[in-house]
Design a protein around this ligand. Sequence first.
Ligand SMILES: *Cc1c(COP(=O)(O)O)cnc(C)c1O
Length: 210
Amino acid sequence: MSNYSKIRQDLTNQKLIVVSKKRSIEQIQQYYLMGERCFGENRAEELIDKAKQLPQDIEWHFIGHLQRNKVKMILPYVSYIQSVESIELVKIIDKEAQKLDKVIPILIQFNFAQEDTKSGIDKEEAITFINQCLTYPNVKVQGIMCMGPHTENTEEILAVFKEAQTYFNMLQEKFGHDMIKECSMGMSDDYLIACQCGSTMVRIGSKLFE
Ligand SMILES: *Cc1c(COP(=O)(O)O)cnc(C)c1O
């Protein structure tokens, strides 16, 4: 946990999502005891298994590719789905959330880095996509999520996060600041750059656990 206090100090207004994928219950408990309450997982079975064993006041964020047939099983446990990138997925989340009488906050995943290996919708599709989401009452769009490019070139990362920030601000103007609140960007290696560019949520794993 040697990086923890530095990371906590670096974060000013950003919410910290402790990315706990592949980490043990005991490792998660350490951060819980330090006061952390938001944890991120990218596999449905793993999230459920951990949620069942850990305290109820944890806010679980789903941050990975979500298969449609897994939506129903994770909904009782998740507070946020950060990685929504198709309207088919929105439809299923809405339907299953309705059965549970829940409204699920979602973030729309963008592919600003334009890397084929990364998923997410393109900027051009976003407004139509959000307008479509608005027709599903049990799904609540709260912002965007993106990943930086896979590079150590700081300038390149900065350029992608700046673009995300500009786009986030545009969506806020268009849909309102009450609705578009979260810009989830920044991971272990690039969270400081993301924070400079207006990130509201960082998702940090390896730097906290290794
Ligand atoms: C694994 C993961 C993270 C955390 O990455 P680290 O580099 O370990 O901090 C953040 N976001 C997503 C979507 C991830 O899959």
